[in-house]
Design a protein around this ligand. Structure first.
Ligand code: AKG
Ligand code: FE2
Length: 488
């Protein structure tokens, strides 16, 4: 089977010769043993001194700051330790979960108050050793004001938010194209419905056509009570309008996805989105990190849980219908997600913006998920899908759910179903809320085009992939598009 190549762990265990893709041309760096160890040439800095909560005397702080300035302006690198703790026996292999770095990252974040430097640092161990596990970038934007604050003061968006050569106009001025996103009654697909087979076939054909053209439709008849959808939007709004200090209790770490915050910044050139988000993993249930689930409003957790359980049922109906619409064996898609597939919820909050002609709520992207189900705001539009070479508005239908496919379904369907490019426009006077839920395969499960969809007329378009989330992130950092990179 054609797969992404073996992991380095596998090759190492078998002492295999590294394949061509790993070989650095014209290499002259030798192995780690043969390079000059130069002990002491990378300064070691005790960053706990910079923590706001410590009581070091100002002289000590100044000394350490000077060491920091000198390290960063010479080599641009240092090893950090935190206090003078006893040396603990370190595990031979394996990294700490990244959330354990958070206290260190917080101190590093505080550093930018002292030193206005873009810090590109690495996750650090508690004592003297820098493990290069995942680089984090804390450019000034990440530390600066939130979009909520700027919106309240009607501030002009800073440079980092301005989309160059923007021509998207504001939502009011773009072509409404009502009706161009199909509406599908998914109740017809549920086992308990009593529709005749002709009706079911018609709706399956509508589904196939929607997903293989725009990759998107509005689902009605999904069975989730309207009152629950209203409550979900309401608790989301209540959370986002809380004071900043309250929301910051749930802030995500700079190098993590879960929690409250703005864009995860991976490059200095990145244009920022005019939105705040709260991202939470809801399934598998035992992987929930409840410390990120807001206590305020008090019914937030229960409502999200209730919605998530119902949504899982909707996803099951959708998978079955998608398989049927392509005459596939039952489970062709769903079995690729595994028994412990992930569902992540992302609450999006778009405050009004004084320059909707130059700033986007979310820049154009396709979702990396398998399937995304989106609850839109009940009044304010903004979502646009790129279809037939133009951006079209997704109309607001208060109790419908927008279904758009993600990249992994495009791969599994061998390119028959589409993962649409979409974006969100801002507006000058109304805030907008949406709740996106992303269904993804278990990270360790290999996914790939369903064999039944590969033939001479339609050869295999994509390789098999594992952990598409990580692959996608890697590509994003390099300015590449994961779907393109997964092509054969
Ligand atoms: O807010 C929306 O309508 C869409 C949000 C979105 O595309 C996302 O969260 O991936
Ligand atoms: Fe999206």
């Amino acid at each position: 089977m054609d797969t992404f190549s073996k992991s380095v762990e596998e090759m190492s265990i078998n002492s295999e010769e590294p394949p061509q893709e790993y070989v650095v041309k014209d290499c002259s760096f030798g192995s780690i043993e043969s390079s000059d160890p130069s002990p002491g040439s990378i300064p070691v800095i005790d960053i706990s001194i910079f923590s706001l909560s410590t009581s070091h005397d100002p002289k000590e702080v100044e000394n350490e700051l000077e060491k920091l300035r000198s390290a960063l302006s010479s080599g641009g690198c240092f090893q950090c330790c935190r206090g003078k703790k006893k040396k603990k026996k370190r595990k031979k292999y394996g990294q700490r979960p990244l959330d354990r770095w958070s206290p260190t990252l917080d101190i590093l974040a505080q550093l930018t108050r002292f030193a206005p430097i873009p810090i590109a640092l690495y996750s650090c161990n508690t004592r003297d050793t820098v493990y290069v596990t995942d680089s984090i970038v804390l450019p000034s934007a990440e530390m600066s004001k939130s979009v909520e604050e700027m919106s309240i003061n009607s501030e002009e968006p800073p440079q980092e938010y301005i989309v160059k050569d923007s021509s998207f106009g504001s939502i009011q001025s773009s072509d409404p194209s009502l009706g161009s996103i199909p509406i599908i009654d998914i109740n017809i697909f549920s086992l308990s419905s009593s529709h005749d087979s002709k009706e079911v076939d018609n709706e399956l054909e509508k589904l196939r056509s929607a997903l293989s053209s725009g990759g998107c439709f509005q689902a009605i008849g999904h069975g989730i009570p309207s009152s629950l959808l209203d409550k979900l939007r309401e608790v989301a709004k209540q959370f986002f309008v809380l004071p900043a200090e309250e929301k910051h209790k749930y802030s995500r770490a700079a190098n993590e996805v879960e929690g409250y915050g703005q864009d995860r910044v991976v490059s200095e050139k990145q244009i920022l989105d005019w939105s705040s988000r709260l991202s939470l993993k809801v399934f598998p249930e035992d992987q929930r990190r409840l410390n990120f689930w807001p206590e305020n409003p008090s019914d937030f957790k229960d409502i999200l849980h209730e919605y998530a359980v119902k949504l899982k049922g909707v996803m099951d109906i959708l998978f079955e219908a998608m398989e049927k619409s392509l005459n596939l064996v039952e489970g062709s898609f769903s079995s690729q997600f595994g028994d412990n597939s992930l569902i992540k919820a992302r609450f999006n909050f778009y405050p009004p913006c004084s320059r909707p002609d130059m700033v986007l709520g979310v820049k154009a992207h396709s979702d990396r998920s398998g399937t995304t189900v989106l609850l839109q705001d009940d009044e304010v539009g903004g979502l646009q899908i790129f279809k037939d070479d133009k951006w079209i508005n997704v109309p607001v239908i208060p109790h419908a759910l927008v279904v758009n496919l993600g990249d992994q379904m495009q791969i599994m369907s061998n390119g028959i179903f589409k993962s649409p490019l979409h974006r969100v426009l801002t507006n000058t006077d109304k805030l907008r809320i949406s709740v996106a839920t992303f269904n993804e395969p278990e990270p360790d499960k290999e996914i790939g085009p369903v064999e039944q969809l590969i033939d001479e007329k339609r050869p295999r378009l994509y390789r098999n992939v594992k952990n598409f989330a990580a692959f996608n992130y890697e590509c994003f950092q390099k300015g590449k598009v994961a779907l393109e990179e997964a092509k054969i």
